[in-house]
Design a protein around this ligand. Structure first.
Ligand code: ZN
Length: 258
């Protein structure tokens, strides 16, 4: 049974690798081979590894990764694995041949890797449509986290960190930092513009078209559009915005994700 146990440890590693992008994985997923036999993970079986102890081997989710079937992997809780063997057998097919296994190459068909860039800016806004204290012009120290995901290329990267970070920082600094974010129908707009004060209008034109007021939710949507537009302009294949978080205070944040 030692071979089957090794395969289960390997399956746990695979699950950890694909968990962030489970919706994009094509099942059944081939986990590994011994000789001409394969272990295949089905969608029903995959979540059962969610809470299992993970193997500490390094996993490159960008495409091909190696899993050691000896050493640390084999030292996983064998008793637990033995208990689960029957259960897992219903959903996974593995080689039952007992043979010595060294290293095995596992190829993922739809692995993605997410990278995140951060930036902060100082900006005023107000929300007159809500009344209360939010209708007063006030400022926040905003924080942005933009995450993009895709399959790492042969160069080992999803996108050029420097390029993405530079673009977002320049866009934010140029358009939002040390300015005021206001709805295009806000009464304060003419006065601030007359005073030559920096104003970014919401709701009037791309990329804020349809986002009437500068709520934290709409700022997150705005920066999602900006990030997505840059990705499109670069033509990075298979790369998409997966998550944008904007914080206006330590306790208020909005997240756009999919
Ligand atoms: Zn505010």
């Amino acid at each position: 049974m030692i071979v089957a146990m090794n395969f289960l440890a390997q399956a746990r590693m695979v699950y950890r690798a694909i968990e962030p992008c489970m919706d994009r994985v094509e099942f059944p997923l081939r986990v590994g081979d011994i000789g001409d036999k394969s272990l295949v993970m089905s969608p029903a079986a995959a979540p059962r590894w969610r809470n299992e102890r993970a193997c500490q081997d390094r996993v490159n989710t960008g495409g091909t990764f190696s899993a050691s079937l000896t050493g640390a992997c084999c030292e996983l809780e064998e008793s637990l694995m033995a208990e689960r063997t029957d259960e897992l057998a219903r959903d996974a097919t593995w080689c039952e041949e007992e043979q010595e296994v060294g290293r095995s190459e596992i190829r993922q068909t739809a692995a993605t890797t997410a990278i995140t860039v951060r930036h902060n800016f100082e900006s005023a806004h107000r929300l007159p449509q809500l009344g209360g204290k939010c209708q007063n012009l006030h400022g926040h120290s905003w924080w942005v986290e933009a995450t993009v995901a895709g399959e790492a290329g042969t160069d080992g990267i999803v996108v050029e960190f420097h390029d993405l970070k530079s673009y977002l920082r320049e866009w934010i600094d140029g358009n939002l930092d040390h300015g005021a974010m206001l709805g295009s129908e806000d009464e304060l707009v003419p006065a601030l513009k007359a005073a030559d004060s920096k104003v970014f209008l919401f709701g009037e034109a791309d990329p804020s078209f349809g986002l009437s007021w500068p709520t934290v939710e709409n700022v997150a949507e705005l920066l999602t559009r900006v990030t997505a537009g840059y990705i499109r302009s670069r033509g990075w294949p298979g790369v998409r915005v997966s998550r944008v978080v904007v914080r206006e205070t330590h306790v208020n944040a909005a997240e756009v994700s999919w």
